[in-house]
Design a protein around this ligand. Structure first.
Ligand SMILES: [Zn+2]
Ligand SMILES: [Zn+2]
Length: 445
C-alpha cells in the first residue's frame, strides 16, 4: 500500500488531489509530487538565497549577515522571529492552532578555509579568526541546510490547512566549534520559546543527490578535547643526563596511548584518540622545559568514553613517571555528546520517506564525526537527524573505476554540492518529516 497515515485536517488546493477528507490518509507519492511542484516554482528564489549565502559565509558566532538574511526570509513567511538567541542564533515561530511543537534546526556557520571549487559563486571572503586573517567557506554544506530550511518553512506555511500546532524553526550559530547549540540552550531556547515535542535536522554529505540516509539510535560520535602539558627540566641537547626531557615523554605518550584503543577498549566498539598538535622546543640543541599536546577523543558509547578518559590519564601520568618528571597537566574538555535518533520518530518518518524516496531512502552507519544537534537530543527532545547526498551519481561511478577524481568529503576545499537536486531533496524530505512528526504526536493523543 502506497499510503501513509497522517491524521491532519485537509483542504488546501495545492494538495486537493492527493488528500482524502479530514483525518484520513495522505498519499505520500502524490504529496511528494505536490511538494516538488511547489519547490519548482520557488526554486529560483532558493537558488539565489543559497548562492548568496555560499558566496558570503561567516564563521562561528560571527553569522550576523547570514542570520539577518534568514530572519527577513522567515518574517516574510509570517513567522515571529527573535534574533540574537545564543549570540547570533535566531528562533522563528509559526503558530497554527493547538497541537505539538516541531523544531527544525539549521546551522549558520562556515569554516575557516579556502574554497577551491572554482564555482562562479565560490566564496573569496576573508575574515579575522583567532588573530589571523583567514578565508571562509561553506565547505560543510550548512548553506544547503539554510536553503532547505527556508524552503521547508515556505511549503509548510502553504500547507497550513493540513497540520495543527507550532513550527519552531531555529538557526543555530557555531556548529563547527560545537558551541552554538549550548549557547542557544543557555540563552533560554527551551524556556523562553517552549520545549519542542520533536526536533529534526538534516546534513548534506558525499552521497548521490536524491538519496536520504538515516539510522536509529546513535548517529554521530561524542567528541572531547584533550590538552596535556608534559613538564620536564630544560638544558643542553648534548647533556640529556642534566635534564628531564619532555619531548621523549610526549613521544612515549603519543605511541602508548594507542594501546588504550587496541588493548583496553573492546575492539568491536568505536573509539579514537588522535593527537592533532604538538608544541615544544625552539632549537635543535635545546631540550625544552615542557611540551604541550592537543588532541581529540571520539566515541559512541558513554562507557567506552569513560574507559578512554581513564586510560589517557593513566598513560600520561605513567609516561611522565617513567622519566621521573613531575605529573603532567591533563585537561579533558567535554565537547559534545552523540546524536541519538529516537526510534519512534525515526519509525514514523521512515514510513513516509520510504514511500517518497523508495530505495534511495537508506540506512547508514553512524558517523565518526560529531555534531552538536546532540545537545537538543540530550536535553530530552525525541529527535531525528538524517543525511542527504549532494553529488551526481556519475561521479561515484567515475571515482570507483578511476576515470574521475575522488569524491570530496565535507570540509574539503572541493566540497561542491549540486544545488538544485540537493535542495529539492532537503525540502521534500524535511517537509515530509515535519508532517510525519505532527502526525505521530496527533496519533498519540
Ligand atoms: Zn562541519
Ligand atoms: Zn556540518
Amino acid at each position: 500500500m502506497n499510503r501513509f497515515v497522517i491524521s491532519l485536517t485537509a483542504s488546501a488546493a495545492l494538495l486537493a488531489a492527493s488528500l482524502a477528507p479530514a483525518h484520513a490518509e495522505f498519499d505520500v507519492a502524490n504529496l511528494k509530487k505536490a511538494i516538488q511542484a511547489s519547490i519548482e516554482s520557488d526554486y529560483p528564489k532558493l537558488d539565489a538565497l543559497y548562492k548568496e549565502i555560499h558566496a558570503h559565509p561567516e564563521l562561528a558566532f560571527q553569522e550576523v549577515k547570514t542570520a539577518a538574511r534568514l530572519a527577513a526570509e522567515m518574517r516574510a513567511l509570517g513567522f515571529d522571529v527573535t534574533e540574537n538567541v545564543g549570540k547570533t542564533g535566531l528562533v522563528a515561530i509559526y503558530k497554527n492552532g493547538d497541537g505539538p511543537t516541531i523544531m527544525v534546526r539549521t546551522e549558520l556557520d562556515g569554516l575557516p578555509m579556502e574554497e577551491k571549487t572554482g564555482l562562479d559563486y565560490a566564496s573569496r571572503d576573508k575574515t579575522s579568526w583567532q588573530g589571523r586573517e583567514v578565508f571562509v567557506a561553506h565547505s560543510c554544506g550548512h548553506d544547503i541546510h539554510m536553503a532547505s530550511w527556508v524552503g521547508t518553512a515556505k511549503i509548510l506555511v502553504g500547507l497550513k490547512a493540513h497540520w495543527q500546532g507550532t513550527l519552531m524553526f531555529i538557526a543555530q550559530p557555531a556548529e563547527e566549534i560545537v558551541a552554538g547549540a549550548k549557547a542557544m540552550l543557555a540563552d533560554g531556547l527551551f524556556t523562553r520559546f517552549g520545549k519542542p515535542d520533536i526536533a529534526l535536522a538534516l546534513h548534506a554529505g558525499p552521497g548521490p543527490h536524491g538519496t536520504v540516509f538515516y539510522r536509529t539510535g546513535v548517529g554521530s560520535s561524542a567528541a572531547d578535547g584533550l590538552d596535556i602539558t608534559f613538564h620536564g627540566r630544560g638544558g643542553h641537547g648534548s647533556a640529556p643526563h642534566t635534564t628531564v626531557d619532555p619531548v621523549g615523554i610526549a613521544a612515549r605518550f603519543i605511541v602508548e596511548v594507542q594501546s588504550v584503543i587496541s588493548r583496553e577498549k573492546d575492539p568491536a566498539e568505536f573509539g579514537v584518540v588522535s593527537i592533532g598538535a604538538i608544541h615544544g622546543g625552539t632549537a635543535p640543541n635545546i631540550i625544552p622545559d615542557s611540551v604541550r599536546l592537543a588532541g581529540t577523543i571520539r566515541t559512541f558509547k558513554p562507557e567506552v568514553r569513560a574507559k578512554l578518559h581513564a586510560g589517557i590519564e593513566r598513560t600520561a601520568k605513567a609516561a611522565a613517571a617513567m622519566s621521573d618528571a613531575p605529573p603532567p597537566d591533563i585537561k579533558i574538555v567535554e565537547g559534545t555528546k552523540s546524536v541519538v535518533n529516537d526510534p519512534d520518530v525515526v519509525a514514523t518518518t521512515a514510513e513516509a520517506l520510504k514511500i517518497a524516496f523508495g530505495d534511495k531512502f537508506r540506512t547508514s552507519p553512524p558517523s565518526t564525526a560529531s555534531e552538536d544537534f546532540s545537545e537538543f537530543t540530550g536535553a530530552g527532545v525525541p529527535s531525528m537527524m538524517f543525511n542527504i547526498g549532494v553529488y551526481d551519481q556519475e561521479r561515484f561511478v567515475a571515482a570507483r573505476n578511476g576515470s574521475g577524481p575522488p569524491i570530496p568529503s565535507n570540509h574539503s576545499p572541493l566540497f561542491a554540492p549540486v544545488p538544485k537536486p540537493t535542495i529539492e531533496t532537503g525540502v521534500t524530505a524535511m517537509t515530509l518529516a515535519v508532517l510525519s512528526a505532527f502526525g505521530q504526536k496527533n496519533r498519540r493523543k
